[in-house]
Design a protein. Structure first.
Lengths: 475, 209
């Protein structure tokens, strides 16, 4: 099935690229979404069955694939509105949707891949398609964003490749040349520890560009800022999850070796620095979209803290990335409505949003509550578990510091969001404010609702999948 | 023989650190491509012929001819001035690259893996870090691209170390090479030159907080 999926998706992407007719464009997108749904369902019913030798839909892959399908469908819907509003010419529209289909396909394949080199190939493809999306507006700023993103991602992809080379050297001692994650897991105890250490450092650093951790998070911020908001939503959620998959799978292998404690401290340091950097920028930033991007960085820092803490933290980390994907993407989708009204991203130019777009303002308000993990947000549950995992791991100092930083983040985030929602803005000419159809916000409410529901009352299958995903980690 | 080639590559890094003109950089890149051709030819003795030919063609055609010609074309087209414009003096660059080499030698001496071919490991790592160093300390965006290409060369040597057992990885490395060169240089030749004349990093400072 994955072979068929990849072939059809790439064909659709190719046709979209050259197609100039609006009707065909819409039909192709609907076909792609149907295919994506069928594919997700098929893989869910074929859990842990190898396909094409390199792909295995394991529990983590399935969970993230479902997230991708839901967020991706919403992203295509909002892209459709976005393109319609901007009255793009058929050519740039074709490139946009072609790149988006390619991006979604590559991410789906990267989730399911069981071979580190195959994951790596799809990571490269996401860089390529993401750069086309970032460069959508073809002006100087978006060029700068694209250039930085491409360059940093090229370096990080190279670093991952070096990591894979070191991994193969670690495998050489075990007398095997098979780099599938399953095989690595079996051979974990006989891997050469020195090479494995180097391999982890390089692979981890490389994937941080996608995941958005210190040290390579910078490119992602510019990308989320300069890309159209629906594409930014994908970068800020499911693309980050792809980075998580890469790190998580190698982490599972390392958890069976003697360097596990060392790995945890490396992750802990990177994660803490990430939360710190996110705090510094959240307090300072004046661009709403970049603020949302930094909030995503903060959440990824928390996820990795949960992973490093262990125990219930593993469960919480996976729950957190899924819920975060739903909550954050809805905020990004809503941002394009905000931009439509104020024609600005700066916090100084916006205000009194309730007056101009009631439904949109509701999305922002509830989305804010979700993104800062206040009850009844589902993220509250996962964040609470991460904190208790840190407590149980005796990382009290880290816990206290992170909580202080989070308080500052909530303050900064809230200050800006409430300015946007309630404070009337001076000399804003509201005679030409466009009316926004409340129905366009429906999918955003759906996403937020999902993030609340899955956190507070997770279905049994969902819990089982998460448990299955972390079963290879030590308890 | 292979050690001689690798050490020549190492020396070319030192030359790279003091080179003053873009053209010299391009020549060194082409030269490194030729050396990598030789290294691959000798090293990959157990690999099947078709694959070997592919790898050799990649080194000699892409690394040694196409990419340098292409960069030259970009420089001409965008009227980029020929000086390097480093942030630090050449003498300091030379010292830092030497330190990088010494550190990698010390590092590899501390490894007790019998499979390890030390010289190629040292050369690979030094090339890698020199590339990163060049990216960090040169002003022009086109030199960043060249620094990246130097990194790629280092990765190529590293991948040769496991090439006989896992030819797949060498092929992936080549894929990375071509992919990244096309993507990065492609953006460069099409766009940056048109929008930003005589690009240096000072012009890439609009996106910030």
């Amino acid at each position: 099935m994955i072979g068929i999926y990849l072939i059809i998706s790439f064909i659709i992407s190719g046709v979209l690229f050259f197609n100039r007719s609006t009707k065909l464009n819409n039909i192709l997108l609907i076909v792609f979404l149907l295919l994506q749904c069928v594919f997700t369902f098929y893989e869910y019913t074929h859990l842990n069955v190898f396909e094409l030798q390199f792909f295995k839909p394991d529990a983590l892959g399935i969970l993230l694939l479902m997230t991708l399908t839901i967020v991706g469908a919403a992203a295509i819907f909002h892209s459709h509105l976005y393109i319609k509003d901007h009255q793009e010419n058929p050519r740039s529209k074709g490139i946009y949707f072609s790149a988006m289909v390619m991006l979604i396909t590559a991410m789906g394949a990267a989730y399911l891949s069981n071979h580190i080199a195959v994951t790596w190939i799809f990571v490269e493809i996401t860089t390529l398609s993401a750069s086309a999306l970032i460069y959508h507006h073809r002006n100087e700023r978006s060029l700068e964003g694209t250039w930085k993103y491409v360059f940093i991602c090229a370096i990080s992809v190279t670093l991952i490749f070096i990591g894979i080379l070191f991994l193969s050297m670690a495998m050489r001692q075990a007398g095997s040349t098979d780099l599938t994650f399953d095989n690595l897991l079996v051979k974990a105890s006989v891997l050469n520890v020195f090479w494995l250490r180097l391999a982890f450092l390089f692979i981890f650093t490389g994937f941080t560009a996608k995941l958005g951790l210190v040290p390579m998070y910078t490119a992602g911020i510019d990308a989320k800022d300069k890309a159209p908001a629906p594409a930014g939503a994908l970068f800020a959620t499911v693309l980050m999850n792809m980075g998580f998959v890469g790190i998580f799978r190698i982490y599972v292998v390392i958890s069976h070796t003697t360097i596990f404690a060392w790995t945890n401290s490396v992750i802990m340091i990177a994660a803490f620095l990430t939360v710190f950097v996110a705090t510094v920028y959240m307090v300072k930033v004046k661009n709403i979209k970049r603020m949302l991007a930094y909030s995503g960085i903060e959440h990824m820092g928390l996820v990795m803290l949960g992973l490093a803490a262990g125990g219930i933290g593993y469960y919480a980390a996976i729950l957190h990335i899924i819920l975060h994907a739903f909550a954050k993407s809805s905020l990004f989708f809503q941002f394009s409505q905000v931009y439509k009204i104020y024609q600005s991203k700066s916090i100084y130019d916006v205000g009194d949003y309730f007056k101009y777009n009631l439904t949109g303002a509701m999305v922002i308000l509830i989305g804010f509550i979700c993104a800062t993990a206040m009850p009844p947000s589902g993220l509250f549950v996962s964040e609470f578990m991460i904190f208790s995992a840190l407590f149980k791991a005796h990382q009290i100092v880290v816990l206290v510091l992170v909580m202080l930083l989070l308080t500052m983040i909530i303050w900064a985030f809230g200050k800006n969001i409430f300015k946007l929602l309630f404070t009337p803005v001076e000399d804003f000419d509201d005679r030409h404010v466009p009316k926004i159809n409340p129905l366009h916000s429906l999918s955003q409410f759906g996403l937020i609702g999902l993030s609340i529901y899955l956190g507070l009352n997770p279905p049994v299958q969902f819990v089982n999948l998460i448990q299955e995903a972390i079963k290879n980690l030590p308890h | 023989m292979i050690n001689v080639l690798l050490i020549v590559l190492l020396i070319s890094l030192l030359y790279l650190s003091i080179a003053n003109r873009l053209l010299t950089y391009i020549k060194i890149l082409a030269f490194q491509g030729v050396i990598l051709f030789g290294v691959a030819l000798i090293e990959l003795s157990e690999i099947n012929t078709v694959n070997l030919v592919l790898i050799l063609l990649e080194t000699i055609i892409v690394k040694a001819i196409l990419v340098p010609v292409f960069i030259k074309y970009i420089i001409k087209r965008n009227n980029i001035t020929r000086e390097m414009e480093p942030f630090i003096p050449n003498f300091v660059s030379l010292i830092i690259v030497t330190i990088i080499i010494v550190i990698t030698i010390l590092l590899s001496n501390s490894i007790t893996d019998t499979h390890l071919e030390k010289i190629s490991f040292i050369v690979a790592l030094s090339t890698l870090f020199t590339g990163l160093f060049i990216i960090g300390t040169r002003k022009k965006v086109i030199t960043h691209v060249m620094g990246y290409l130097v990194i790629e060369n280092g990765v190529f040597i590293l991948s040769l170390a496991v090439g006989n057992e896992m030819p797949l990885l060498v092929n992936l490395g080549i894929m990375l090479d071509i992919f990244a060169s096309v993507l990065i240089l492609g953006i460069f030749v099409n766009k940056i030159g048109d929008v930003l004349k005589d690009v240096d990093v000072d012009q890439l400072r609009n996106l910030k907080d």
